[in-house]
Design a protein around this ligand. Structure first.
Ligand code: HEM
Ligand SMILES: *[C@@H]1O[C@H](CO)[C@@H](O)[C@H](O)[C@H]1NC(C)=O
Ligand SMILES: *[C@@H]1O[C@H](CO)[C@@H](O)[C@H](O)[C@H]1NC(C)=O
Ligand SMILES: *[C@@H]1O[C@H](CO)[C@@H](O)[C@H](O)[C@H]1NC(C)=O
Ligand SMILES: *[C@@H]1O[C@H](CO)[C@@H](O)[C@H](O)[C@H]1NC(C)=O
Ligand SMILES: *[C@@H]1O[C@H](CO)[C@@H](O)[C@H](O)[C@H]1NC(C)=O
Length: 322
């Protein structure tokens, strides 16, 4: 095991072919021993100023990993000749870019050109969600490198839509090497954060084009949602995905879902198959959810990563090195 990792890093890593599976614990132990502490401290400061931040960073990490792997491509700005992922339609309400830039500056001040933006995002997402627990909620292996390409069309093609049905969701996750189990577990991230009305108001007002409501949506909940989202054309109002505890990371997503209160069709879709419904029932148990979430996040955080000498260590997270 050790030898093969060494071989991979020394020989194949040199050729840039060691992608995935070669992340490790404390990659920066020698090159930047303070890196993980700086990231944690900075993230905690930002979270205490903004309780919505954990949701932003967690979703940003997910969007990063699903497009070209976890390579910080989501952080790149558009240029005169290229529309980047962050300016694609599914970016709606992506936020926290400034926070990542700030953390990166603090890390650069201690050890320049050493710590990747992809690792910073993975660690900051974990640390932000972990603030309320005072301990890390999942392990983040490190050693990711940053990509140089970011394309809005690839975001459109790779980020699952809130209108996806079960088959589409399962295929989207399978395309990233994630299982049905990962799909149900990671959907539990919707225990924090918000959703925009226009991404689900068809379920309230015009589900099949006949001015009807989605029969799979809890009618009590639908009435409540209608008080918030008053028309199909409302694109600005947001609602909490987990009403009443949308900044608290817990297993509430599952009891809500099982009462037919999943906000998006993609949430409700998890109840359309017995296997995924059974998984959702198991995850009502908070300890079970936390354990499983930690494992699935580790898998998500390893999607198509660049390691060894592939990619680069960006100097600034929003632009590729010149
Ligand atoms: C299974 C497929 C998924 C779909 C279709 C989906 C879709 C969405 C949509 C449409 C929103 C609302 C965005 C907005 O209106 O601003 C959202 C929010 C969010 N998603 Fe997902 N998502 C999925 C999986 C995930 C995963 C795997 C994670 C992380 C592990 C995640 C984390 C979040 C978070 C934290 C928010 C709240 C963001 C905020 O408060 O600004 N989602 N998701
Ligand atoms: C990237 O875009 C953001 C938002 O427009 C801006 O604040 C930031 O300065 C840009 N980054 C660089 C390096 O120009
Ligand atoms: C999202 O994309 C739109 C264009 O589709 C752009 O105007 C907006 O600034 C982007 N949002 C962020 C946070 O980058
Ligand atoms: C899911 O959506 C796809 C694409 O629209 C469609 O072809 C498929 O029949 C749908 N599957 C189910 C089970 O509804
Ligand atoms: C509902 O959907 C149908 C079919 O797509 C469309 O013709 C109709 O205009 C929609 N109703 C509203 C209120 O948008
Ligand atoms: C709808 O939600 C209410 C609580 O708001 C719950 O008592 C009821 O069982 C739910 N109905 C269905 C069909 O899940």
């Amino acid at each position: 095991m050790k030898i093969s990792i060494l071989l991979c890093v020394v020989l194949l890593g040199f050729l840039g072919v060691c992608q995935g599976g070669s992340l490790r614990k404390k990659f920066y132990r020698d090159s930047c021993p303070q890196a993980e502490d700086i990231i944690k401290t900075k993230t905690q400061q930002h979270v205490s100023a903004n309780p919505d931040l954990p949701a932003k960073l967690l979703r940003m990490h997910f969007h990063d990993c699903f497009v070209r792997g976890c390579d910080a491509s989501v952080l790149l700005n558009s240029t005169a000749s290229n529309t980047a992922e962050r300016d694609a339609i599914p970016n709606l309400s992506l936020a926290g870019f400034d926070v990542i830039d700030d953390i990166k500056s603090a890390v650069e001040a201690k050890c320049s050109k050493t710590v990747s933006c992809a690792d910073i995002l993975a660690l900051a997402a974990r640390d932000a969600v972990s603030v309320q627990f005072n301990k890390p909620m999942w392990e983040v292996l490190t050693g990711r490198r940053d990509g140089t390409v970011s394309n809005s069309n690839e975001a459109l093609a790779n980020i699952p839509a809130p209108f996806f049905n079960f088959t589409q969701l399962k295929e989207s996750f399978a395309g990233k090497g994630l299982t049905l189990h990962d799909l149900v577990v990671l959907s539990g991230a919707h225990t924090i954060g918000i959703g925009h009305c226009n991404l689900f108001s068809n379920r309230l007002y015009n589900f099949t084009g006949k001015g009807d409501q989605d029969p799979s949506l809890n009618t009590t909940y639908a009435e409540f949602l209608k008080t918030k989202c008053q028309s199909l054309s409302d694109t600005t109002t947001t609602v909490e995905m987990d009403p009443g505890s949308s900044t608290k990371f817990d297993s509430d997503y599952y009891p809500n879902l099982l009462q037919n209160k999943g906000l998006f069709q993609s949430d409700a879709a998890l109840l359309t198959q017995e296997q995924s419904e059974d998984i959702a029932k198991e995850l009502v148990d908070q300890n079970k959810f936390f354990t499983e979430f930690a494992q699935s996040m580790k898998r998500m955080g390893a999607i198509e990563v660049l390691t060894g000498s592939a990619g680069e260590i960006r100097n600034k997270c929003s632009v590729v090195n010149s």
